[in-house]
Write a protein that binds this ligand. Structure first.
Ligand SMILES: Cc1cc2nc3c(=O)[nH]c(=O)nc-3n(C[C@H](O)[C@H](O)[C@H](O)COP(=O)(O)OP(=O)(O)OC[C@H]3O[C@@H](n4cnc5c(N)ncnc54)[C@H](O)[C@@H]3O)c2cc1C
Ligand code: FES
Length: 254
């Protein structure tokens, strides 16, 4: 079933010069979205653009997205103002399976902070124990951080100097067995975090951010290679938008 809604922008704030945080009114998405899912947002350009859901408020009937400007589509969406109409397709994809009886480490790099923010809010609202590790290039790039989070910067001008794995190392000795790692960020970062988790005996799930077109499993633009279950086959192709974007780290062919 197509889940396309005509929505209104409720609010927009700029988190920094190139990143907007947009609140959109849509009770259907607010009440059904789970962390790790995304929405496709329309603009005047060909094809909607995908964004991880960064927050959802069932009572207000709103959800939020964070938009970092990297091209013409994101520039237009980041310039949306309160009251503007916008077509939204979603919630899309399979999000993280978050259990009440598990502990989590959620790790974000770059725009991965937006879906990770939703996972953090969800776990905090349910009292699920978790730690958040965030990695940014430098101080200027930091958005949606908190004093409770483990913060790293490549430049070393805020938090721990280094990347997310350096941040994870600082909590390695305090992690309970059975803790799961959820990770959203650039591919090399997710690969490194997944390896770190595996080396430390922890299950890791990653959210693949491939380029997308339809967002609903039809066009096959977003396929990634996943280890095959069938004997004799090395890999199978899966659609990030429909079969993912969340996959177990060890099933992805990197
Ligand atoms: C599931 C998913 C969730 C996403 N969540 C967020 C989010 O929460 N916040 C956010 O700011 N962005 C997010 N993105 C990325 C965002 O969709 C793209 O930045 C956007 O579509 C680019 O559109 P554009 O017209 O501005 O740029 P384009 O002109 O299309 O591209 C500009 C540059 O960005 C690169 N680019 C475009 N799309 C991607 C992509 N998917 N992965 C890597 N590089 C890309 C292009 O290669 C090019 O170099 C997400 C992408 C996916 C697939
Ligand atoms: S974007 Fe079309 S199949 Fe995934």
């Amino acid at each position: 079933m197509r889940k396309e809604y005509s929505c209104i922008v409720e609010d927009k704030i700029m988190l920094n010069a190139e990143t907007a945080f947009i609140t959109i009114s849509c009770p259907e998405i607010a009440s059904s979205a789970v962390p790790g899912q995304f929405v496709n947002i329309s603009c005047s350009r060909f094809l909607k653009r995908p964004f991880g859901i960064a927050s959802a408020d069932i009572e207000k009937g709103t959800f939020k997205i964070g938009v970092k400007v990297v091209g013409k589509g994101t520039a237009e969406i980041a310039s949306f103002e309160k009251g503007q109409k916008v077509d939204v397709l979603g919630p899309l994809g399979n999000g993280f399976s978050i259990r009440d009886d598990c502990e989590y480490i959620i790790v974000a790099g770059g725009t991965g902070v937006f879906p990770v923010n939703f996972a953090h809010e969800y776990m905090a609202s349910k009292g699920i124990p978790h730690k958040v590790v965030e990695g940014f290039r430098n101080k200027e790039q930091i958005v949606l951080s908190s004093d409770d989070f483990i913060l790293t910067t490549d430049a070393g001008d805020a938090g721990i100097k280094g990347n997310c794995c350096d941040g994870l190392e600082t909590i390695r000795d305090s992690i309970s067995s059975g803790t799961e790692v959820l990770c959203v960020g650039p591919l090399p970062m997710m690969k490194a975090v997944g390896k770190w988790a595996t080396d430390n005996g922890l299950k890791c799930y990653v959210s693949m951010e491939q380029r997308m077109a339809c967002g609903i499993g039809i066009c096959l633009v977003c396929i990634c290679k996943i280890k095959a279950e069938a004997e004799g086959e090395e890999f199978t192709h899966k659609r990030c938008c429909k079969d993912g974007p969340v996959f177990p780290y060890e099933e992805v062919i990197w």
